[in-house]
Design a protein around this ligand. Sequence first.
Ligand code: SF4
Ligand code: MSK
Length: 679
Amino acid sequence: MAEIKKPVAKTAAAKDPKLADPVASSIDVGTQEMIARAQKLGIDTVFDRAVQMKPCAIGIQGICCKNCAMGPCRLPLPKGGIEGKDTRKGLCGATANTIAARNFIRMIAGGAAAHSDHGRGVAEVFLSVARKETDAYKMKDPNKLLQIAPFLEVAVTVEEDGEIKDRDIDEIALEVAEKAVAEWGKPHGNLLYAKRAPAPLYEKWKKYGVVPRNIDREIVEIMHRTHMGVDQDYKNLMKQGTRAAIADGWGGSMLATDLQDVLFGTPYPLQAEANLGIMKEDHVNIIVHGHEPILSEMIVATCQKPEIIEYAKSKGAKGIQLGGICCTANEIFQRHGVPQAGTYLQQELAIITGACDAMVVDIQCIFQNVANVAECFHTKLITTHPIAKMEQDSVIHIEFDEHHAVEDAEKIVRIGIDNFQNRAADVMIPQYKASSIGGFSVESIQYHLGGTFRGTYYTLNDNIINGRIRGVAGVVGCNNARTRHNEAHIKVVKELIKNDVIVLTTGCNGIACAMEGLLTPEAAAVHCGPGLAEVCETVGIPPVLHMGSCVDNSRLLLAATEVVKAGGLGKDICDLPLAGSAPEWMSEKAISIGHYFVASGVYTVFGLHLPTSGAPVFHDYISKEMEKMFGGMWDLEADPIKHAHLMIAHIDKKRKELGIDKARERVLMDMADRQALEG
Ligand code: SF4
Ligand code: MSK
């Protein structure tokens, strides 16, 4: 595990107000070193740009409307707040509530579209595989196929001659693929996966009219309703926002996760390392960045081929070092133990090392500026997706297609290998990395924390009921250059585990935790309260369970559903001692995730700010009123320690409602009782 050393000395930033202070920009020493190196080389990074450009004070509050050419209409809150009636309005008369709600649900539409289009891409590849149009991919987890088939109303058995027989697996795969693809645009019925939610939650969705019809329709309807002069009631706008967010979490994202698991394998715990220090000076370094494992799976397989490794050696390298950034990192970490090179805010820095021979990107969270940084080095930047190109001439575009996936992947990897010889002598890889264990799918948690027959979440529930585990937190989401890189992520997570709250993580929070060494069983003894430490030590798991990428937040929904099913903690997700958090969020996807957590009954706290502060009535609606409807609510707290304690207070409130608060007091206050329980 990397030892945190004294931060690097301040650089040019100390003298130049246009440059970021590396130490103030990140808690990670390797990141600080790379920011300083970039500044020394005269290359700007997101950290410097965040110093140079301040956010718009009105936009940040969610009360700027540019939905028609009579605007933009800006509705700042009067100094001293609103007294009496809120008379603010745009040229058309749109109120602050209408504008904030329209902006908010357009963010949901953006996020849901990104996740769901990713899911559609996977479903289409899955269909090609099921039709046997490509042999580049195989279905690695047929058991998962059988497990998800009934949720898509696909029978796994058939009655023949009065006997129940297993159906042909290829037939099931084809039907699952066709049903899955149809979920995006079917003309009738409702989203099939919505019924995977606990029955009381599904009933609430029915009662409030938010059961999604199909995934695309809910997103399109947001764009229609938020067009100038359509829906002008913030409650009705949020109704559609809720329906689209559910279509993301329980639809597009969940289908992406499930179909990826069938194709590429359901994750089980694997060990790796994380941070820029995973790059190797004497190896060809290929960094994959983005989201869809369709591409990265093939790159992983290609880099393992003996003839490709030999080819790298023929060019003078000792081998190939593959590393991931953002959710691609999470995907290949959880299924192959490929190391994570860094989070969202480290994408430019991987190139600043001078050791990145190729950066291969697909979709989402990719800075256009990586092309400019790559131009300052020998790095080849390769875009691969037809919907995600860059205007810079230096960028190579190789369109990746499942029908010739093997050839495309090999072509891409060979570009990286050929480029190894073009490296300049001045390579600087920060020597910081930490060990980590990831791959905690719903199924593998069931195995580790299951009952005697490993069929349920019984042991987890039992430990929550007896108080060793105080509750469960889902801590997820991005980095944001408006706040110190990884600081809030790590402070929130450490405060939670210190207070016996087990953390489920995805996205860039998962990478931040990996970099900090929190994804190891050993972290339990160092950072956890006594109850959680005891459980982690007994079962041999980390206190922070890495559950994957952004679309894998759907695993958190299903894990919560499994906890409900295992019994003893209420009948619905909103009854559980559970809270959600995104301490450093930045993307529209985070808003969609946040809202499907809320609509699924989860108390959800965001860091930084929310684009609702300029419309207090609307903000109250998505917090207090939503809680009355779905049992979950939005909250905001920028201070990471207070943020964690809001979550803990909610967990304690739920423990009290469940009547298990006393159990925890006994457990923590009476050591003899605990020893007796152990016996
Ligand atoms: Fe202004 Fe209304 Fe046009 Fe929005 S829709 S820009 S509030 S006139
Ligand atoms: S990659 S959406 S920065 S978590 Fe999924 Fe990280 Fe946020 Fe992108």
